[in-house]
Structures are given as C-alpha cells and as structure tokens.
Design a binder for this molecule. Structure first.
Ligand SMILES: Cc1cc2nc3c(=O)[nH]c(=O)nc-3n(C[C@H](O)[C@H](O)[C@H](O)COP(=O)(O)OP(=O)(O)OC[C@H]3O[C@@H](n4cnc5c(N)ncnc54)[C@H](O)[C@@H]3O)c2cc1C
Length: 609
C-alpha cells in the first residue's frame, strides 16, 4: 500500500474535474487528479452539440434570458441563485475557453458561431435564439483536450487509471481523502488531502438504453453516499428524445438546431401539436414524452417503437419556407456541421442522414440529481445548506441545483466550466488555512474487505445478469412515464438483485492486475444503490415535474413540491448494504427563488413551448 499527500485531490478528469484542478493549481494549491480512465477518454469528450452562453453573436441575447430558460427548463425546481451564476458566468467562461485555444466554429466575421437548441429563447420565451457555441459536433472533445493541455502546462499531477473506491473520513467525520486501486497492479493507494472534489460524472448505465459510456456507473455518487452524504433530487433523470434506435447513441439536439424535424409513422411533424411555438426545439422532457405518446398511440414508424429525425435538406428547407424563414441548408452544411452524427448513422445503421431520415428513440442521458452543493461546489449535508468542510463536487455528479427537474441542452458543459472553476478557486482559498484531517488507523480496511468478498465470491450469478435485469426494470418502470405500481415492482426487483449481489455473486478473475471483472462487479453495487435511491425518490414525489412524469399524479404541484429531495443512508449501515435497512427521505430543503423576488417573470407558471 502507498500513501500520498496532496493539498487537493480531484476525483475525475472530465470537464468539471479538469477545470477545478486548473483553478485550484492556479490559486497555488498542490493538486492531484485521479481518474479511472485516461483523462481525455472521459465522457465529456462525447458531448456533441455545444456550450450555451448569451454571447449574442448571431441573435440578440442576454444572460437574464438564459437564466430564465434554465429556470423554466428545470420546471421551476432549479435553484434560481445557481441559474443566475451559471448564465452570467457562461459568457466569460466561453471566452476564456476560446483564449485557451478551443477551436470554436466561426461566423463569416470571425465571431464564435452559435446554433439553436431546445428551450433556448429570447425575451422570456418569445422565440428561439442561437445560443449554443459549437465546434462542429465535437464541442466536448475540444473542451476536454483544451483543459487537459492547460492542466499539464500548470503542473497538475495525474494518477491515470486509478479507480477510487472509498471516501476517507476521520473519527470526528472530517474528510481526509480517498482510497484508490491502481488498475495496472491492483495495489491500494491512500490519498490524504485537505480538500477532495468529486467530478465523477453520471450514471446512465443504470438504464438499458442510454447515451452514456460503460464507465458511467456513478461510483463517486454512491461512495460518498455510503459515507454519510445525502443525495439530492435523484428522481430526476433526463431521458433525451433522440438516441439511435436500439443503440441509444446520442443524436445531438444540434440536429434539430440546424433545422431537423421529428416525423411520425403518418409522416406528420408531430411536435407542432405538443409545442406549437417552438415545436421540435421544446425542452427534452416535453419532446421525449411526445415521442412516447406517438409510439403508444400507434404512430411509430411502421407502428413500431421509433420515429424519424429528418435533417435532409429537402425536408428542412420545406419547413423553413413554410415558417417564412429565409435560411436554407445544403448537404454540404449538414456534412460540415454534423460530421460525427453522420458517421454514427452511416456506420451503425447504414443510414445516410443527408439522404434519408434517422430512426430514433428516447435514450437515458443525464442525471439532474447528485451530491448537493452550493454555488461554490462545497458539499452541503442538509436542508439548512450546512457545508461539510473539505468536500466538494462539480459537474454531472453534483446537484447545484441548476438543472432542476430537467436540464437544458448545452447547460451541462456550462455547468462544468462555471462550477468547476468556482470549486477550484474555493479549494485554493481553503487549503491555505485548513489542516490535514488525521487518517484513521487503517483507512482502507473496510473497502478492502468488500473487494475481497467480491474477488472470492463463488455463487451462481454473474454481474452481467444482475446488471441487465436492473437496466431493464429501470427503463421500463422508472423511465419516461412512471406510476406507483411499476415503481413498487421495480423496487422489489432492485432489492432482490442487491441481495443476490451480496450473497450469490460469481466472478472469474481472482487476480490483481487489471482486474476489470472485480471492479465491474463493484461498480454494479454502486449502480444498484443509485437505482434504488432513484426509485424511492420517484415514488415519494407525488406529482409530475420536468423529467419526472407520473401517470397517477399527472399535474405539477407547486404548493407541496417546490422542495428538493434529500436521501440519506441510515446511520450504522456501513459501506455494504444490510438487509432491511432502507434509505431515509427528507423533503424539507426549499427551492431557491431569489430571482422571483425582484422579477415576477421568474415565478412558476404553466410550462408551454
Ligand atoms: C453523447 C453525449 C453528448 C452530450 N452533449 C452535450 C452537449 O452538447 N452539451 C452539453 O452541455 N452537455 C452534453 N452532454 C452532457 C455532458 O457531456 C456531461 O454531462 C458532462 O460532460 C459530464 O462531465 P463531468 O466532468 O461531470 O464528467 P465526465 O466527463 O463523465 O468525467 C468523469 C470522470 O470521472 C472519472 N471517474 C469516474 N468514476 C471514477 C472512480 N471511481 N475513480 C476515479 N475516477 C473516476 C472518469 O475517469 C472521468 O475522468 C452530452 C452527454 C453525452 C453522453
């Protein structure tokens, strides 16, 4: 076992982790980034369509309109102070990325090019606005490369292919660092730190159809929860409307931003009925439900469970002309602006989107919930916003809560750079005055015992079998549309799966080096925890809001539910689940409504597009 000491540890090397590391190191902190993937393999690299900022390069735009869209997009569960910080800082953050060398697409005058995206409007919902700054459909890839280079330049230390498996807390509860396993050797490492920031991304892999990579298993979220930190708003998981049929690979909203339209089995542009004003560019939850409804009522393509997304120039230009718009697109525009999307469809489907429509279905995409933080990425542990000193979270793993009940497209990349940066700055300040919390006598004993249990398991059930069963039940019963009966069934199934994970597991590899068999089985335990918390949070919220849509409670209920859900692990449960001890729910944390105090336009109202 090796022990390392750094003032600041950042777990995760996606956009949020790298931005936090960069700013902590710029502020003078000695920083190490630990990542189970090589940094530039992080999932931020998959982000396609763009990063939102009210630059106003192509249409008039203002941060306050961006903040409004964020609050409305989040179905008023968004904390308004966070939306204000996000929208106001986004402009600076994007210009900073440009100055770091990020190769954004350009307008003919040389400004950063912007495109339309779902739910982005001008003047408090009046009409669509071009706000998404993009580098073709590889925006996340460019952000990741740019930030990684900056971190290297700034002497950030990297521990690549180190898998973090536990959070270390001192006897008095203070945060003292993390335990990691080095993939190449199987050796355990203790990272002792004054400040620890989690930026471990999402957990779309709890669902069967998802845009998320295999690595998105929610480890960071689950392991802090197991060490006594609550998780917030876990019932809100975004199902994106357009994934490649059966594969789930994302087709960016940028396709609709460029004029692409959704078409049902009758050849109708059905979004005209669901969102008469901005049609295909309504927010994601609205479009996903519309697709679900079309399919349910037999209007899928050939009566099956998919619809078309059509970006062929003929179709797009016909709708532009009908809407009285002067712009037109050519096959060349589509090739230049959406190269990766075209590649995906040509390679995986044998469909050429320049000539024919793409078959799509909704795909599990983004976790709005996560580790609760304030706008400085400091982790808070209760409804009174009590800060746990030394622990931070940023990016998809965190719940600021800037996305509320439904995230707007392009707001995740903004979230990473805005709150990653603020977290990094806060850490740099904190470590100047804080001491190292003492390490417990054997900080890795408990997690090593759990790994030994999994490594030596000799039951009958392989992790893949449990994983498939979890993903199926989550997609079917805790997906786009939910009801109590389905979710209760899901909960029973999940608890049975978790028992089998504890008592009947079988893995093949008992070795030390690159034991992915062992770590995947451990990750599955994390996902089972998160799936259970998602389900109990969803069962508890007896209303429909944003991405949480209940058949048995179809209306939004602002009187009772303008509150965040906090879920705690019962005291004494330890890091492994125990029989009939179940998570505890608290719904006392109020949504921040500070913008509404001065401007009544921010008050909750019926959400139409
Ligand atoms: C296909 C796709 C397209 C998208 N397009 C857009 C878009 O156009 N605009 C937008 O705003 N958003 C988009 N998003 C969402 C956005 O990309 C993600 O929410 C965001 O990139 C997450 O960044 P992150 O830094 O929080 O985490 P990630 O980039 O996922 O990084 C997580 C990091 O944590 C590390 N890690 C995880 N677990 C451990 C562990 N146990 N130990 C050590 N390290 C660990 C990983 O190695 C990785 O480095 C898209 C998402 C997808 C899936």
């Amino acid at each position: 076992m090796q022990t390392h000491q750094f003032e600041a540890i950042i777990v995760g090397a996606g956009g949020a982790g790298l931005m936090a590391a960069l700013y902590a190191s710029k502020g003078g902190a000695q920083v190490a980034v630990i990542s189970k993937l090589y940094p530039t393999r992080s999932h931020t690299g998959a982000a396609q369509g763009g990063i939102g900022a009210a630059l106003g390069n192509l249409d008039e735009d203002k941060p306050i309109w961006h903040a409004y869209d964020t609050v409305k997009g989040g179905d008023w569960l968004t904390d308004q102070n966070a939306a204000k910080v996000l929208a106001e800082t986004a402009v600076d953050a994007v210009i900073e990325l440009e100055h770091m060398g990020l190769p954004f697409d350009r307008t003919p005058e040389g400004k950063i090019s912007q495109r339309r995206f779902g739910g982005h409007t001008s003047n408090f919902g009046e009409k669509p606005v071009r706000r998404a700054c993009h580098a073709a459909d590889r925006t996340g890839h460019m952000i990741l490369q740019t930030l990684y280079q900056q971190c290297i330049k700034n002497n950030v230390n990297f521990y690549d292919e180190f898998h973090v498996i536990d959070l270390i807390r001192s006897a008095n509860g203070a945060v003292a660092g993390v335990v990691a396993i080095e993939l190449g050797t199987g050796e355990i490492h203790i990272f002792h730190a004054k400040a620890t920031l989690f930026a471990t991304g999402g957990w779309g892999r709890i669902f069967s159809v998802t845009s998320n990579a295999h690595s998105l298993t929610g480890d960071g979220t689950a392991l802090v929860y197991r060490r006594g930190i609550p998780l917030q708003d876990m019932e809100f998981f975004q199902i994106h409307p357009t994934g490649i049929y059966k594969l789930g690979i994302l087709i960016t909203e940028g396709v609709r931003g460029e004029g692409g339209v959704l078409i049902n089995g009758n050849g109708e542009r059905f979004m005209e009925r669901y969102a008469p004003k901005i049609k295909d560019l309504a927010s994601r939850d609205v479009v996903s439900r519309a697709i679900h409804q079309e399919i349910k009522e037999g209007r899928g393509i050939k009566g099956r469970d998919y619809v078309y997304l059509d970006v062929t120039p003929n179709t797009v230009n016909r709708y532009f002309a009908e809407a009285g718009e002067t712009r037109r697109i050519t096959a060349e525009d589509v090739e230049n602006k959406l190269p990766d999307i075209l590649d995906f469809c040509r390679v995986y489907l044998g469909v050429d989107p320049v000539k024919e429509p793409m078959p799509i279905q909704p795909t599990a995409h983004y976790a709005m919930g996560g580790i609760p933080t304030n706008v400085d990425a400091e982790v808070v542990t209760d409804e009174n916003w009590t800060v746990l000193p030394g622990l931070y979270a940023a990016g998809e793993v965190a719940c600021v809560s800037v996305h509320g009940a439904n995230r707007l497209g392009t707001n995740s990349l903004v979230d990473l750079v805005v709150f990653g940066r603020r977290g990094g700055m806060k850490i740099a300040e904190y470590v100047k005055h804080a001491d190292y919390a003492p390490l417990p006598a054997n900080p890795s004993a408990e997690i090593e015992a759990e790994l030994t249990r999994i490594r030596n398991s000799s039951g009958k059930t392989r992790p893949g079998e449990l994983r498939a069963a979890m993903q199926k039940v989550m997609m079917e019963d805790v997906g786009i549309v939910r009801n109590a009966a389905g979710m209760n069934t899901a909960l029973d199934t999940l608890r049975e799966l978790r028992d089998r994970h504890q008592t009947d597991l079988l893995i093949d590899d008992r070795g030390q080096k690159f034991n992915t068999d062992l770590l995947e089985a451990w990750e599955l335990g994390c996902m089972l925890d998160l799936a259970e918390i998602t389900t109990i949070s969803a069962l508890n919220r007896t209303e429909s809001r944003g991405g949480h849509s209940r058949e048995d409670f179809p209306n939004r209920d602002d009187e009772n539910w303008l509150v965040h859900t906090l879920v705690n692990r019962p005291a004494g449960m330890g890091i492994a689940p125990k029989g009939d001890m179940h998570p505890e729910i608290n719904v006392k944390k109020q949504v921040d409504r500070s913008l509404e105090k001065d401007d009544p336009r921010f008050a909750p109202k019926v959400r139409t597009y």
